[in-house]
Design a protein around this ligand. Structure first.
Ligand SMILES: [Zn+2]
Length: 319
């Protein structure tokens, strides 16, 4: 594991495997900005490898089959195209596939991506497999929101948690990736994306943050300059994101946090004067922020929803 914050969780897995104490079911959250996508991939490879030593060897027959996406003992389930949930049929097909013996004389591995999108019936169908696991079978569930999984499922899995490194460690990692010290501007970018190291790396490498443009535009409209942007199906999620970031920053500024703790210190003056003019209270800002989060969640679950219209309605509350 090249990312330092993934090393300890990885070592725990490797050690448990060596001591033959590895749980059969693992919940590893889907957080690519933290690198858990790489972690899951390496874990699946480790489980399938015929001669692992701290990681998958990469050269045995099993490793080659996995790399070629043709390993017969590896099964992957995700939300099917055009659907929003994982249904009971997909889980039944999976549990049946896991019943037989492994064809490569090793482990059988199943990965359920977006596991929090399983319907209740699907989750219940999976529960039986978790309660009575077949030999040498490993299940990995990677929900975007672990809290959305049924408690009965969660209680039968090893829950893995990942957290972003502390700022000095993140800076050291970024500087190692870039092979040079971070400039002041890059440090600001790092601070803004401190909870998402891989996003921070991409922003620092690009040298700028294109998401600021939308946030600045919203700020201008609120300051009485210009009109609300036209929302379309392709741009509204960016504006929803910018709306949440703007509200978060307004909360930080109204709480008079020091400059080092602001994500957009260059906007501090504008935000302060906006707060003075509008008289927003922290509880009001928090309420609107909560509406942004709810809207994002709703659109993930109900793709038919008119997101652009709903976001426009939220903006009206701010004026
Ligand atoms: Zn191998």
């Amino acid at each position: 594991m090249s990312a330092p914050w993934l090393r300890l969780p990885w070592q725990e897995l490797v050690q448990a495997q060596r001591q033959q104490q590895l749980s059969h079911a693992h919940c590893i959250p889907w957080q690519p900005a933290l690198g858990t996508d790489v972690f899951i991939d390496a874990f699946i490879a480790l489980l399938l490898c015929q001669q692992p030593s701290g990681k998958a060897c990469g050269t045995c027959k099993s490793c080659l089959l996995y790399k070629a996406h043709t390993h017969p003992d590896y099964h992957q389930v995700d939300v099917a195209e055009g659907k929003t949930t994982i249904g009971v049929d997909a889980i039944r097909a999976l549990t049946e596939a896991l019943q037989g013996t492994a064809t490569q004389q090793g482990n059988k591995v199943a990965w359920i991506q977006h596991a929090d999108r399983m319907t209740v019936a699907a989750a219940n169908a999976l529960l039986k497999t978790l309660e009575e696991p077949t030999a040498n079978t490993y299940l990995i569930l990677s929900p975007e929101r672990t809290s959305q999984l049924l408690p009965t499922l969660r209680s039968r899995m090893r829950l893995h948690r990942f957290s972003a490194p502390a700022l000095p460690d993140l800076q050291a990692w970024l500087e190692h990736q870039l092979q040079q010290p971070l400039s002041k501007a890059q440090q600001q970018l790092m601070q803004r994306y401190a909870q998402a190291p891989y996003t921070a790396l991409a922003k620092v490498q690009a040298g700028n943050d294109d998401s600021v443009a939308e946030l600045e535009l919203l700020l201008q409209v609120l300051a009485g300059q210009g009109s609300w942007p036209l929302l379309t199906k392709s741009n509204w999620l960016n504006y929803l994101d910018a709306s949440a970031k703007l509200l978060q920053e307004l909360i930080r500024v109204s709480q008079r946090l020091p400059e080092q703790r602001l994500n957009y210190p260059e906007l501090q003056q504008q935000l302060t004067s906006l707060l003075g003019v509008k008289g927003y209270s922290v509880s009001q800002l928090n309420q609107w922020l909560h509406l942004c989060y709810t809207l994002r969640q709703q659109t993930e679950q109900q793709p038919g929803l008119n997101g652009p219209l709903l976001l426009q309605q939220q903006w009206l509350l701010w004026t």
